[in-house]
Design a protein around this ligand. Structure first.
Ligand code: GLC
Length: 729
């Protein structure tokens, strides 16, 4: 009897305690946990939630058993562990991870399922490393091919970027790891990134630059967003009231926590009232200089607390911020469904390789020089590989997205596995610079010698595979600086041209996050662009070159024949990189193919372009409206000799509207399954009617013009296979 009584009493007490401590009850509704926790916190404890306590963590509430938030870079994998309060590597021996392909490579797959798989796999590595927030993905728009960080983003088109970022975020956050979508917003260049003020029309802001972020908020419910360093309307985006409170939190109804970029917070009152929730990295100027300060000195630390205690800022402002941080904590570090995760599993390498294989774009394949069949009737016996990117690790460098990998399979290693003794190698050029060095250290005599050696070796080859492009050096594809030229660096253009004179069987393979000029294009037989492929670079590339995998990637950016063809160039320095830290997006909505297609400028390779080892035929498209959607159907048939996948794109041509419209706007796409020769698949592409809208600046609203819309179904923006019209009243 007595025992039962005691047991019952204990259970009741337990229940009371649990009930009393709702915030600790994992099954309690999220908002109740938030409210309960907030009600137990002191003002100072609320303040501590709002800023860093180390380089990559923000505080919880130790007294209440509320966990801190562990953050880390970056979009392509978990950065190596740094010391608690410095930018030095902590030199752990168990933090090597899988480097996944760059997000521009992911965008080039046009494969939403692969994007979800990417988000799932990379967040498992973040979880295993004990991280709650991964500082990525990024969806800034590639308006200039010189942007040093374009490789971290998803191309020039807001629809493709939005469609591809949503599954990545869903895949990641399902594991209880928050994405931190960045950089919100208009961080579309690295030149003057900490101070440049972006002048852009409301329409371009809404239709181009905000659009992918809006989709991620509305469709993927991204948990955190990173404010960008630059300004909009003269106010830093990390605490810009109109942008963060007006658009993001009020208009879009976003309930997450806005995290500053590291060092992006510049004053207390704006930080307090401008929508910032977690201040990170203050007093660093891009991670170079520190001042002697305590984290409580942060703008949202003591200075903000003083404003609250003096009643200059209402407690409701603090409670709102603290609630958003608590919500993030309960969604991640105190989320019972957060996975343990895993690190460097074969499953992760498989996803990494698949994304690489589907992101590689085949741009030229004259006389079907590709695929190379290493074993069957090998036509080539002396294959010369030339170029530094055949051996260089491209997972190092690039800035905050750099990674410490366990496996870094290089193209040369992989090609040797395929062709064994038939392969020989000559560097041909070298890049010289250390990762973050600001000056060239190229010894021209050494450069000339490498070139001479490669040209000599070419004479006895019967095939050349040139592997070059950009790299992660400063002023290449690297944070905190833009490229200085649209050309390939280190004398590659001259080297390729001279190699092609010696051996016409030459295949060029380039790595890089941006388009570039190709003066030698007519002289080479094959051309493949790889973006950055991560840990499985070699295997993914070799599988495509040998035909184990039929390439299906398509460009998420326009490759212009010459730099001057990019739309903003005609407007001079004001349009890029800006004058006196003011940049004007004078091309307005006509970014990328919107310019080329509307002004009939012929690109070298158009947006959405990519070849295959097979060919596809498209049936006549049909379109029906069903409810709020337009359903476009088309049948694709593999008319070639090898199996492959095709990406079908739908571009809208709007009727005459009150405002100028782009001749074509991507509004739908789908990728077939692997089609065997002769096999067909009918694709259904659903286009929500509200995707046809333009942003009306006078009424500050989206408007769909009544009239007839043409839906162009094609293999790329300039290769339209069929059209169908729909009437919208
Ligand atoms: C950097 C980058 C940002 C990164 C952060 C932390 O300056 O702009 O993308 O996540 O600092 O390293």
């Amino acid at each position: 009897m007595k025992k039962t009584f005691i047991l019952t009493a204990l259970l009741a007490l337990g229940a009371m305690t649990a009930e009393a401590q709702t915030y600790l009850n994992p099954n309690a509704p999220l908002e109740e946990r938030v409210k309960d926790a907030l009600s137990r916190m002191t003002t100072h404890e609320k303040i501590k939630l709002l800023h860093a306590q180390s380089k990559f963590t923000s505080a919880g509430v130790p007294r209440l058993g509320i966990r801190q938030l562990n953050m880390d870079d970056g979009p392509h994998g978990v950065r190596e562990e740094l010391e608690w309060n410095t930018w030095n590597a902590a030199r752990w021996t168990n933090d090597s991870i899988v480097a996944f392909p760059s997000l521009t490579c992911l965008a080039s797959t046009w494969n939403r399922d692969l994007s979800q798989a990417y988000g799932n796999a990379v967040s498992e590595e973040f979880a295993f490393r004990g991280k709650d927030i991964m500082l990525g993905p990024g969806v800034n728009i590639q308006r200039t091919p010189l942007n040093g960080r374009a490789f971290e983003y998803m191309g020039e088109d807001p629809f493709l970027a939005g469609e591809m970022v949503v599954p990545y975020i869903r895949g990641a956050q399902a594991n209880g790891v928050a994405c931190c979508l960045k950089h919100f917003v208009l961080n579309d260049q690295e030149t003057d990134r900490f101070a440049v003020n972006v002048n852009v029309s409301d329409r371009a802001m809404r239709e181009i630059y905000l659009r992918p972020f809006q989709k991620a908020v509305e469709q993927a419910h991204v948990y955190t967003i990173m404010g960008s360093y630059n300004m909009w309307k003269g106010v830093h985006c990390c605490h810009n009231d109109e942008l963060l409170n007006g658009i993001l939190k009020k208009e879009w109804g976003w309930d997450g926590a806005l995290v500053s970029d590291w060092g992006g917070t510049t004053n207390t009152m704006e930080a307090a009232l401008g929508g910032l929730d977690i201040e990170m990295g203050t007093y660093t100027d891009g991670k170079v200089r520190e001042s002697a300060f305590g984290y409580d000195d942060y703008y949202l630390g003591n200075p903000f607390e003083q404003l609250i205690t003096e009643g200059k800022v209402p407690m409701s402002v603090l409670d709102e911020k603290a609630s958003r941080v608590l919500r993030t904590i309960f969604r991640t570090s105190m989320n019972p469904k957060k996975v343990i995760g895993s690190q460097c599993s074969e499953a992760h390498y498989e996803v990494c390789r698949q994304i690489g294989e589907e992101g590689i774009v085949l741009l030229k394949n004259e006389k079907n020089i590709l695929p190379l069949n290493p074993m069957k009737n090998a036509k080539y016996h002396n294959i010369l590989v030339v170029g530094e990117n055949a051996t260089r690790s491209l997972t190092k460098g690039g800035g905050s997205s750099e990674l410490k990998t366990l496996r870094d399979d290089t193209p040369l290693d992989a090609l040797k596995r395929c062709y064994e003794t038939m392969i020989s190698y000559a560097p041909g050029y070298y890049s010289g610079r250390a990762m973050y060095d600001r000056v060239d250290r190229i010894d021209s005599a050494k450069q000339a010698q490498l070139k001479a050696e490669a040209l000599e070796a070419a004479k006895s080859s019967d095939l050349i595979i040139f592997i070059g492009g950009l790299n992660k050096n400063t002023r290449q594809d690297c944070e905190n600086g833009d490229r200085e030229s649209y050309d390939l660096p280190y004398g590659q253009n001259e080297l390729i041209a001279e190699l092609a004179k010696i051996q016409k069987n030459i295949i060029v393979v380039t790595f890089g996050g941006n388009p570039y000029a190709m003066p030698w294009l007519k002289d080479v037989a094959g051309l493949v662009h790889c973006w950055y492929l991560g840990s499985e670079s070699g295997a993914a590339l070799a599988n495509v070159l040998t035909g184990v995998v039929n390439p299906s990637g398509k460009l998420p950016v326009t490759f212009a024949a010459k730099y001057e063809d990019y739309p903003y160039v005609q407007y001079g320095a004001e349009a890029y990189p800006g004058v006196k830290k003011q940049v004007y997006y004078k091309e307005d909505i006509f970014v990328g193919y919107r310019h080329f297609a509307t002004k009939n400028v012929k690109p070298l390779f158009p947006f959405g372009f990519g070849l295959s080892y097979t060919t596809f035929a498209y049936g006549k498209p049909t379109a029906v409206t069903s409810g709020e959607n337009i359903i476009v159907e088309t049948t694709v048939t593999n008319t070639g000799k090898v199996a492959g996948k095709e990406i079908v794109q739908v571009y809208m041509t709007a009727p005459q509207s009150d405002v100028p419209r782009s001749a074509k706007e991507l509004k739908g796409f789908a990728k077939t399954k692997v089609l065997d020769p002769g096999e067909s698949e009918t694709l259904r592409i659903s286009i929500p009617k509200n995707e046809l809208a333009y942003y009306d600046e006078t009424g500050h609203q989206w408007k769909v013009t009544a009239g007839t819309y043409t839906l162009n179904v094609g293999a790329n923006v300039n290769d339209i296979k069929g059209k169908v019209s729909v009437n919208i009243n």
